[in-house]
Design a protein around this ligand. Structure first.
Ligand SMILES: Nc1nc2c(ncn2[C@@H]2O[C@H](COP(=O)(O)OP(=O)(O)OP(=O)(O)O)[C@@H](O)[C@H]2O)c(=O)[nH]1
Length: 236
């Protein structure tokens, strides 16, 4: 099979049930859909964060007052500033691009076997409610003469997760970034996450998990390769 990443994407999204596989919810989309996502992406210069703090702080003071709090009470005196710094940290992924971190970390290597980095912890913010979702990312790729420093896979996950997200887009962005940087034979990304908007509020389902996957190249075309990845990553 002469597969490589060609922008054809397969995603599966499902609530996590032990007896269900990934295969029954596969949707094909075009790379153009992924590129279209990017047009709406924003960025933020790290150097500007400090000058943005006073307005963010004032906004949090306002939120607290509208919650009926006395913002002059001792425990809350520095809360607006702390909260402003915290939200900047939670969204620090806007500071960096993939190029910033991949600089010099792609090597020529005569290796064409699967590489997997699994159980990468990620924390993100759901863009619908601004509450956390968090879980684990599993990344696999099959090199095409080029490999990347292993830590960079986790850094890519970090860049995209520290933004306002939906899990499907996060999954796809990680996969597409690796695909574009390495032109490998295939990329597979699976994320298992718990969404606090479904746990602490709303439907309040404590134990629900959401699993999303993006399969590119040989992972999309060859069921055995996909299965090998899923077997190696989903083992408890
Ligand atoms: N597909 C997807 N949905 C998400 C994600 N994070 C949050 N959501 C959903 O976004 C939806 C927003 O639905 P709305 O009906 O507009 O908002 P809501 O009234 O707060 O919805 P409930 O959570 O059902 O109370 C909810 O169904 C959330 O579960 C995500 O990463 N992916």
């Amino acid at each position: 099979m002469n597969s490589h990443c060609n922008g054809k994407v397969s995603d599966s999204v499902e609530d996590f049930h032990l007896n269900k596989g990934f295969s029954d919810l596969i949707i094909d989309t075009k790379k153009s859909a992924v590129v279209a996502h990017r047009k709406h992406e924003t960025s933020r210069k790290e150097s500007e964060d400090e000058s943005r703090l006073p307005l963010l702080e004032a906004a949090y003071t306002s939120i607290l007052r509208h919650l009926g709090e006395d913002t002059d009470r001792e425990g809350l005196l520095r809360t607006p500033l702390r909260a402003a710094k915290a939200i900047q940290f939670f969204t620090k992924g806007y500071h960096e691009t993939i190029d910033d971190i991949l600089n010099n970390a792609i090597f020529d290597e005569d290796h064409e076997e699967m590489v997997i980095v699994k159980d990468i912890d990620v924390f993100s913010l759901c863009e619908h409610h601004l509450v956390p979702f968090f879980g684990k990312v599993h990344i696999g790729y099959i090199p095409n003469k080029k490999v990347v420093g292993l830590s960079k896979l986790a850094r890519i996950a970090e860049i995209f997760s520290r933004r306002l997200q939906v899990q499907e887009r996060l999954t796809k962005q990680i996969a597409m970034a690796i695909c574009e940087a390495l032109q490998p034979k295939g990329v597979a990304v699976v994320i298992e996450a718990a969404h606090m908007c479904m746990v602490m509020r709303g439907v309040q389902k404590m134990n629900s998990r959401t699993v999303t996957s993006t399969m590119l190249g040989i992972y999309l075309e060859d069921p055995k390769t996909r299965e090998e990845f899923l077997t190696l990553t989903m083992r408890t």
